[in-house]
Design a protein around this ligand. Structure first.
Ligand code: UD1
Length: 340
């Protein structure tokens, strides 16, 4: 039995592939490497002492998708990470985002269906909740208005998978809504390697800490939060990866259906909290300036992760200090990411 991981060379994908291999699963990965490096998978194989099968392929390419399933008829489930994910870029390039993420997923699903593989875990995001009415979010909250095309692609793909399951009850679908993944594997060999200027908080802080950027811009200190800066639920990427392993067990015991889980810690930290935790990790003060609010940002939210605990037997283990420690370990060992 093999697990197909789409976008498996990326940040969350590579950490999940590592945990799958550690668990003894056979893994097939495809990735078009548009925002990732094959080196991550070389390192995963070195760290685990196990090998995987890699295809450089694009999910929009139906022939390539069919080839992967034809050559690996033992693929029983797909963990679907592949997709464009930069919020700001998605506002500037909506056609590219909708085309790649939505059409790519449809091609993947068609290929799965043609090969009678009807088990999928989808990498979704808490962004599908839009602006929540209260900050502590359970899965029962209604989905909301997304502030950008990237978020809408997540929301729409959730709906597409749900509709497919309705049309064919043999499908087993797990939708995982991530909060804010940060950190890196404890080895410091794999981690987040954003191309260009990082969009997200921790990769940006990491580049300030390593000397690649002058200071952090804190987008607003007048939010309705204890210190005025935005509050989010940061989750260690290894905890997140383990959430996928537990979800695979769930897929195996499901008898058709759609399950949705929040993956977060249940705790909120402000931008300043994270900055100070990072300063502790890297042992130096990090400069910052207060900048205007970023359009689309909201005060604060965090997960209620109790459903995942109850139904998956999964709970985040790492705290914010450990997340920053592991991020710094990766960044200081690899100041320029996989390229050196
Ligand atoms: C964003 C996306 C989310 C996506 C996630 C990926 C939205 C609204 N948010 O989440 O969909 O899944 O990234 O990890 O679509 N901040 C700064 N300075 C910076 C960067 C960020 O102050 O240089 C602040 C932000 O204002 C926010 C917090 O840090 O309060 C976290 O920001 P970020 O890491 O970008 O994540 P989100 O916006 O929560």
């Amino acid at each position: 039995m093999s697990i197909l991981v789409t976008g498996g060379a990326g940040y969350i994908g590579s950490h999940t592939v590592l945990e799958l291999l550690e668990k003894g699963e056979k893994v097939v990965v495809f990735d078009n490497l548009v925002n990732s490096c094959e080196e991550s998978l070389n390192r995963v194989q070195k760290l685990t002492g196990k090998s995987l099968k890699f295809y450089e392929a694009d999910m929009l390419d139906r022939t390539a998708m069919d080839k992967i399933f034809d050559e690996n008829p033992d693929i029983t489930a797909v963990i679907h990470f592949a997709g464009l994910k930069a919020v700001g870029e998605s506002v500037a390039k909506p056609i590219e985002y909708y085309y790649n993420n939505i059409c790519g997923t449809l091609v993947l699903i068609e290929a799965m269906k043609a090969h009678n593989c009807k088990n999928i875990i989808f990498s979704s995001s808490a962004t599908v909740y839009g602006i929540p009415e209260t900050p502590c979010i359970t899965e029962l909250f209604p989905k909301g208005q997304c502030s950008n095309p990237y978020g809408w692609t997540k929301s729409m793909i959730e709906q597409i998978l749900t509709d497919i399951q309705t049309s064919d009850p043999e499908w087993n679908v797990v939708l995982l809504r991530y909060f804010n993944p940060i950190g890196a594997h404890k080895s410091g060999e794999i981690g987040e390697d954003p191309q260009g200027i990082p969009n997200n908080l921790v990769p940006y802080i990491a580049q300030v800490a390593v000397g690649r950027r002058e200071h952090l811009n804190i987008y607003g200190n007048d939010y309705n939060t204890p210190d005025g800066t935005g509050v989010r639920d940061y989750i260690h990427v290894v905890d997140l990866a383990l959430g996928h392993i537990k979800s695979l067990d769930k897929l195996n015991e499901m008898n058709g259906g759609v399950k949705t889980y929040n993956l977060g810690t249940g705790k909120g930290y402000s931008v300043l909290d994270v900055l100070h935790a990072y300063e502790k990790a890297c042992g130096k003060e990090l400069p910052y300036v207060i900048a205007p609010r970023r359009p689309g940002d909201i005060d604060g939210f965090y997960s209620d992760p109790s459903l995942a605990k109850e139904e998956l037997g999964w709970q985040a283990q790492y705290d914010i200090d450990e997340m920053c420690r592991d991020s710094w370990n990766w960044q200081s060992k690899n100041p320029h990411g996989y390229k050196g």
